[in-house]
Each structure stands twice: as structure tokens, then as C-alpha cells.
Design a protein around this ligand. Sequence first.
Ligand SMILES: Nc1ncnc2c1ncn2[C@@H]1O[C@H](COP(=O)(O)OP(=O)(O)OP(=O)(O)O)[C@@H](O)[C@H]1O
Length: 352
Amino acid sequence: MTIALSISDVHVTLGHNHVLKGVSLDVRPGEFVTLLGASGSGKSTLLNVVAGLQAVDSGQLTFDGVDVGGRPPQKRNVGVVFQSYALFPHMTVGENVAFPLLAARRPAKERRAVAAEMLALVRLPGMADRVPATLSGGQRQRVALARALAAHPGILLLDEPMAALDKQLREQMQVELTRIQRKVGITTVSVTHDQTEALTMSDRVAIMRDGALVQVDSPEDLYRHPVDAYVAGFLGEANLLPTSGGRILDDPLGEDADGTAVLRPEDLELVPADEACPAWHVEGTIQLLSFQGTRFRLELLTDAGRKVVCSLPTSVDASSLVVGTRARVVCRDPERVHVIAAPPARPVPVAV
Ligand SMILES: Nc1ncnc2c1ncn2[C@@H]1O[C@H](COP(=O)(O)OP(=O)(O)OP(=O)(O)O)[C@@H](O)[C@H]1O
């Protein structure tokens, strides 16, 4: 299998912090991989290592099989887009886009042609003579992307490129960026805090925690088969319940538990109290029922003090779902129940 980017056992220490602890990741040509993790997990540091902006203590980095560890950023053939856009205010949009070619001493005619081509790609044709101050945030972000792509880099790096945009614009830009990335077919590594962004745009998502990669998988595999409770809770909402011998064991200490069932709220449905107990069921007292337009959100508190969240269709008869009364929910499709081998944490007492 060809590998466009290979990161192998990279360690980075900053001050007294061991920020990257042996990170390894292979990215295929044309693949879009997103680094997703909590603040401080090391995402930007890893991106900076690839860009050549951060030296490593040890480890190896190759682009298309060639070791680039010793190369400065300008010799790595990467395009980078930062959250802050970092456009040059005194230059026109066209000059900004063509800047990598100016730095490479390409002739003016070629620079103008590439700027026009890239601005057409990001759907800003005819904007070459404007200055950045006259553009909206979303337009500036497109210019930054056009500039990153102008020198036809081998790898595109995106560091929270949409964090400064409002929600609606961010969603538009996610679609737009995916379109451009697919069209250009460029290998891309992106960093984000935003789960939806990671799930929508990526071929694979790499979950980072405390300087290490916990799981790297397709968005669907991460959602359906998280390796541990951290990943399960990080991507979307998950009910984590102790299991014993293939059923839920709602015991406060979980001492006899042999694993954790990950049950997604949308996979649970109500089950009548008189129905024989299906395997993956759980019972509790209703804490909340809220109408959310297309779904009801139902929250139960189990006898052991665990919160269970269910997302129910609005076709359910909600009249019986009264706060303080009992309800039973089940996941009828065993394929939808993912069991992690380790038992969950003990429940934190919830004020009722
Ligand atoms: N110059 C430095 N000296 C010491 N520690 C540093 C330095 N720069 C970063 N760190 C630490 O390295 C860790 C990783 O930082 P990094 O910016 O890579 O995380 P991140 O996952 O990108 O976070 P965020 O999402 O907040 O940008 C953090 O704990 C940070 O405090």
C-alpha cells in the first residue's frame, strides 16, 4: 500500500511536558485525516511536526517514502491553513494567493495565472484585485486555502481552519472544503475540536488523548466500535452501562461487571413493562422528557444512579412518559450494542 505521509514513533517534549508520546500514523494518498481531541492533547504540535515548524526528540517522518525529518518547512512541499488565515493585509488577494510562487521566484505571468486558477477553484473568481480587509471571514478563509494550494503541495495541513467562522458559515465551508479537497485529490491532515466537522469531512479520524493516538478509524467505525469509554463519549452521545454475561447489570459498584455496553441514544426504544425482558434492556425513573422538533429526548436514572439518554421518534405516545415514573428501554438490534472489555467507571451521584 502506498503511503503519502508516515509518522513513526514521534516524541516531542516542550519545557517539562512530554507532549507527543510515540505517535505513529500512516496517511494514504488523497486521504483526509482529522486529528480530533480535547484541548492540550497535542493535535497542533503533531501538525507542526509534519509542517516542519516543530522539531522532534525522536521518531521518523516520511513523505512518499522519503525521510523529510531534516528539511525546513519551505522544503517540505506542504500547504498550511491556520485558523487566523494569516493573509498579508498590504497585498491584494491575487498577490496573497500567488505568494508561494513569488517566494519560489516564478514569473509574474505564471503567478497571475495560478492566482486566477486557484481563486476559481475556491469560487472567488474576479476577486484578485481586492484587499483582504474588504472580504468576509469566509472569503478570507477561501483565499487562505487558495494560497495553501497555489504551489501544488503534496500535503495540505489545516489547523482549525474554521474555528473563527460562525456556525452556519462553518457548515458551508465544511462542504466547500471537502469538495475542493476531493477535486484536487490532495492528502490532507486537519486539526479540529469540532466532532461534526471531523465526522463530516474525514475519511478517517484520529482521536488524540494526552499526547497519544487512541484510535484511528473511519467516522462510522469510531462511532460504532469505539475502543474505550473515552472515544465512545468523545464522539456523539453514548450510554455506558456495565455488563455481565451479555446483559446489562445495573449494580452501583459494578464489581461483577465484565465489560461496558455502549448504547447510542437513537438505538434505544421504549419497551412495555409487561413484555418479556429482552437482553439489552435497562430500566429507570424518568428525569426529563423534552421535545426537540424531530425527536424526543428522554433521560432516565437507573437504580444504580446511571443516566441513560434515549432519542425517541415523535410518533411515540409521550402521554405515558411522566417525570418521576418508571420506564424501560431496549436496544433490540444486538449488532448495535458494542461491548468494551473493561467495566465502566462508577456512577457519579446525581442530585434528584
Ligand atoms: N512551548 C511550550 N512549552 C511547554 N508546553 C507547551 C508548549 N507549547 C505547548 N505546550 C503544551 O503542549 C500540550 C499540547 O499542546 P497543543 O497545542 O499541541 O495541543 P492541542 O491539542 O492542539 O490543543 P488546542 O486544541 O487547545 O489547540 C499542551 O499541554 C500545551 O500546554
